[in-house]
Design a binder for this molecule. Structure first.
Ligand SMILES: NC(=O)c1ccc[n+]([C@@H]2O[C@H](COP(=O)([O-])OP(=O)(O)OC[C@H]3O[C@@H](n4cnc5c(N)ncnc54)[C@H](OP(=O)(O)O)[C@@H]3O)[C@@H](O)[C@H]2O)c1
Length: 300
């Protein structure tokens, strides 16, 4: 099979769409023939070596943490899914013709493959953030970075729960934030005042998906520091906010089931831009520039 890969750290130019060993489903996993796989910021962080801890590159690196496709192998102990089922989910090295998923949900037939692929990481992360913040009907949530992959999904999942959402983005994405049901505010200097005036005071919870606003500013918007959850500013924990990387606090199967249901009901709509796998470098460049509207998706 072919897989996206790199042999040296660098920019998107080091990416190759080339032959790779076939993966196989281990216990508790399924293998899919990939129809689409999304690009997440962690992918280009892997390629640049930012996550290597300063260690030199060894061997070949493979990429991708979510995908949608058709199940063609079912690992030991797996129930409720069969060869031939269409699924979306999370795994590793998913930017390939075949990939192993650790968690999945049945893909609603009405949902496009690219949209389904985009829902894995963003959906699980969105569900996790809202669950940790206990966002419920009637709450007001502030999402800092609401137009990107995780942000736009979190905004819509919160609205589906009956919460009101204020979200930040650049000016260019304000119409998009309105389209998905949020009240837009501009990020950067003065953001606290803008959120307060949109909310008429404090908010009930802050979901920081961008990691750019000083955590003290975010905490001043919430009733208590723990009502600020960040997925992108790991230093925020020292100030009393909560940070999550998605280990023990992740419930991926339940999260993906919820996401699939919201997609089927069109309560969650993910805007995607697609690229063939052999043009993955273009998608990586856009992701790395950091001003996404929705998700970037690769198609074999
Ligand atoms: N911890 C975890 O479990 C976990 C899981 C998934 C992702 N992440 C991390 O979370 C971050 C976001 O991921 P993503 O997939 O949503 O990224 P993304 O799709 O690239 O979106 C980034 C968003 O950040 C916004 N942004 C840029 N500068 C900002 C600022 N100063 N203030 C507020 N927002 C700003 C952009 O808005 P504009 O386009 O309007 O500028 C863009 O929509 C990444 O660092 C990723 O690695 C962590």
């Amino acid at each position: 099979m072919r897989a996206l890969q790199f042999r040296a750290y660098g920019g998107p130019e080091v990416l190759e769409w080339a032959e790779a060993p076939d993966p196989h489903a281990g216990p508790g996993q399924v293998r899919i023939a990939v129809r689409a796989a999304s690009v997440n910021p962690i992918d280009w962080k892997m390629v640049t070596g930012a996550l290597s801890g300063g260690q030199p590159m060894v061997g070949t690196g493979y990429l991708g943490y979510d995908a949608a496709g058709v199940v063609d192998e079912v690992g030991a102990g797996v129930t409720g899914v069969s060869v031939g089922d269409d699924v979306l989910g999370k795994g590793q090295n998913t930017q390939a013709e075949y990939a192993v998923l650790d968690s999945w949900a049945v893909k609603p037939s009405s949902v496009d493959w690219a949209v389904a692929a985009a829902a894995g990481v963003a959906g699980e992360t969105g569900e996790r953030g809202l669950r940790l913040l206990d966002v419920k009907a009637g709450d007001t949530l502030f999402v800092d970075g609401g137009a990107g992959g995780v942000g736009a999904v979190a905004v819509q999942m919160a609205i589906a729960r009956g919460a009101g959402v204020i979200a930040s983005s650049s000016e260019a994405n304000h119409a998009y934030l309105r389209e998905i049901g949020a009240t837009p505010v501009l990020y950067g200097e003065g953001i606290v005042g803008r959120v307060r005036s949109a909310a008429g005071g404090q908010v009930d919870a802050v979901f920081d998906v961008a990691g750019r606003t000083p955590v003290g500013d975010l905490m001043s918007l919430a009733p208590e520091p723990s009502q600020v959850v960040s997925i992108a500013n790991f230093a925020a924990g020292q100030a009393g906010a909560r940070v999550t990387g998605g280990d023990a606090d992740s419930h991926p199967m339940q999260a993906l089931a919820q996401v699939a249901e919201l997609l089927a009901q069109s309560k969650l709509v993910i805007k995607v831009q697609t690229f063939p796998f052999d043009r993955a470098a273009e998608a990586y460049r856009i992701s790395q520039a950091g001003h996404l509207r929705g998700k970037l998706v690769l198609i074999p």
